[in-house]
Design a protein around this ligand. Structure first.
Ligand SMILES: NC(=O)c1ccc[n+]([C@@H]2O[C@H](COP(=O)([O-])OP(=O)(O)OC[C@H]3O[C@@H](n4cnc5c(N)ncnc54)[C@H](O)[C@@H]3O)[C@@H](O)[C@H]2O)c1
Length: 265
């Protein structure tokens, strides 16, 4: 019987593929029939992710790479394209939160590092993969922005600025790549858990000390959730369907869109 899943015969590259959202999305795209190339700088997380996808029935490749090392990105993307499969779908998702501190004391080195990963790294991956997609006249790209890139959260100057930049990058890339059959969209998750980023954010906001959050972590969690109209954080399982949709033909007239996944927050 013919395999009619939406991404059969396609290859998806997922950066931050060893992390919570990257792995959850990899599992969904694999279930949709795509072969999966996972890229992450953390080799142990990549190995664990590969084990979790072992029974997915698609090819899974893991590639250790720091997206701030541009020569390594060029080499690994070239390797994936030549030895694994041409990349049709890119989930440009690697990122981190950086420090938590009011802007007037925010560590400048950390600000630079967040930009290196979340903005310049994401740009470099997008540019390198898009160049190959342009040659084939087909591509679907989803960048991971954040609700922090829609309304700047307190104590997160670098992270908020980096995610605003991702929204801008998405909009310009969508225009530049539309003539080449490539659609570029973004997702903006709000508070998502359980997982590393939720736990870290609660702890760091409590420790940062501000008028916005309590010093007690349980209370911070309540305060965050009380700002969400749906009064809960989003589950990791609520992200991948949106990525799959934006990459699919169901979104064939959508590019430059930034889709909030935020419980209305
Ligand atoms: N979890 C949330 O609440 C939330 C909300 C909004 C946006 N996001 C965004 O979603 C994306 C994924 O976050 P997550 O929740 O899965 O976090 P995570 O920490 O579980 O995963 C992030 C992954 O990116 C990898 N990574 C970090 N820096 C890298 C680099 N320089 N090169 C290669 N890999 C690198 C990490 O090793 C990790 O595996 C990030 O861009 C994050 O900003 C997360």
């Amino acid at each position: 019987m013919q395999d009619s899943r939406r991404f059969t015969g396609r290859c998806a590259l997922i950066t931050g593929g060893g992390g919570d959202i990257g792995l959850a999305t990899a599992a969904r795209l694999a279930a949709d029939g795509a072969d999966i190339a996972l890229l992450d700088m953390d080799s142990a997380k990549l190995e664990a992710a590969r084990d979790k996808l072992a029974d997915s029935g698609v090819r899974v490749g893991t590639f250790v790479c720091d997206v701030t090392d541009h020569a390594a990105v060029d080499r690994i993307v070239g390797e994936i394209e030549s030895k694994f499969a041409p990349i049709d779908l890119l989930f440009n998702n690697a990122g981190f939160q950086g420090a938590f501190s009011p802007v007037h004391t925010y560590p400048a080195n950390d600000f630079r590092q967040v930009m290196e990963v979340n903005v310049i790294g994401a740009f470099h991956v997008l540019q390198r993969v898009a160049a190959a997609m342009v040659e084939r006249g087909f591509g679907r790209i989803v960048n991971t922005a954040s609700m922090a890139g829609i309304g700047g959260p307190p104590n997160m100057a670098a992270y908020g600025a980096s995610k605003f930049a991702i929204v801008g990058l998405t909009q310009t890339a969508a225009k530049d790549l539309a003539p080449h059959g490539i659609r570029v969209n973004a997702i903006s998750p709000g508070f998502i858990g359980p997982g590393f980023m939720w736990d870290r954010q609660v702890e760091k906001q409590a420790a940062a000390g501000s008028q916005y959050y309590d010093a007690d972590t349980a209370r911070v969690a309540e305060q965050m959730i009380s700002s969400v109209p749906m009064r809960r954080y989003g589950d990791l399982s609520e992200i991948p369907g949106a990525v799959s949709f934006l990459m699919s033909d169901d979104a064939s007239y959508m590019t430059g869109v930034n889709l909030p996944i935020s419980g209305g927050g």
